[in-house]
Design a protein around this ligand. Structure first.
Ligand SMILES: [Zn+2]
Length: 264
């Protein structure tokens, strides 16, 4: 098995150096993981990489616009089916992959792992003990999370699979996955403690929590941070540790410590 890396030219605050497209080759056949954004130069670079290979499938980790849109274009170019967990904005897979489903190319078998958290539709793909993680695990940074409870469970699931190498959707290859995954979980639990402390210390809105907990980051990232804070607050509210009285985690939504009667 040989792994080729193609970096999409879409660097940014949320994409790092750009999206990683992976081509996994075995015996003249190939799988493409995360075709990436619809950028002509990126599609051309990917077509050149797979020119001599018989592509069996295009695997999409989730429907975000930096991972999925080139799938349909490439699928047509090489007459290969597009696989994903389900449709999303501007993305319709030809075939749906659920947890445990497999896709083959040459002598390799990729197993789909449903890993909700970053998005509900996030998939990872495991070949032997190499895992292609999309945005579930990145190489060198953390990611915006929609559902924190699911996310932490999905991280533990990856740890339990004892990966040897992680090929992330952004950033560098992770050579010591266990260490990095434990760091990820610790980082989130620390953040959760800070968020709970901010609420108990009198932060009155979701935005107020962000401004306290993320005081050290670029304010341009505060809106994105509010999504992760919202994900934490919803988890904490489900555990009756904070109250989100209107059930909203918008920037101005009120938040307060759970009342004693709510924690019983
Ligand atoms: Zn994403």
């Amino acid at each position: 098995m040989k792994v080729h890396h193609i970096l999409a030219p879409n660097p940014g605050l949320f994409t790092g150096l750009g999206t990683n497209t992976w081509v996994i080759e075995s015996d003249g056949e190939a799988l493409v993981v995360d075709p990436g954004p619809d950028i002509a130069a990126h599609v051309t670079a990917t077509v050149e990489t797979i020119a001599d290979l018989d592509v069996q499938a295009l695997l999409v980790s989730h429907s975000h616009p930096d991972h999925a849109p080139a799938a349909a274009i490439l699928g047509e170019a090489v007459a290969a089916p597009v696989y994903g967990f389900g449709p999303g904005p501007g993305f319709t897979p030809d075939l749906i992959l659920g947890d445990g489903d497999t896709v083959r190319a040459g002598r390799i078998v990729a197993v789909a792992i449903h890993a909700p958290g970053h998005t509900p539709d996030s998939l990872c793909f495991m070949i032997d003990r190499k895992i292609f993680t999309g945005d579930h695990v990145l190489g060198g940074s953390t990611v915006v999370v929609e559902h924190m409870g699911d996310y932490l469970e999905s991280l533990q699931r990856i740890i339990d699979l004892k990966p040897k190498t992680i090929y992330p959707g952004h950033g560098r290859i992770v050579r010591k996955p266990e260490e990095w995954l434990h760091h990820y979980i610790e980082h989130r639990l620390n953040r959760e403690r800070s968020i709970l402390a901010a609420v108990e210390d009198g932060a009155l809105t979701v935005g107020g929590v962000v401004e306290r907990v993320y005081a050290d980051i670029d304010p341009g990232l505060h809106f994105a941070a509010s999504q992760s804070v919202g994900a934490h607050l919803r988890k904490l509210a489900s555990e009756a540790l904070v109250a989100l009285p209107y059930g909203s985690d918008d920037w101005d939504a009120p938040v307060r410590p759970a009342l004693a009667s709510e924690t019983e």
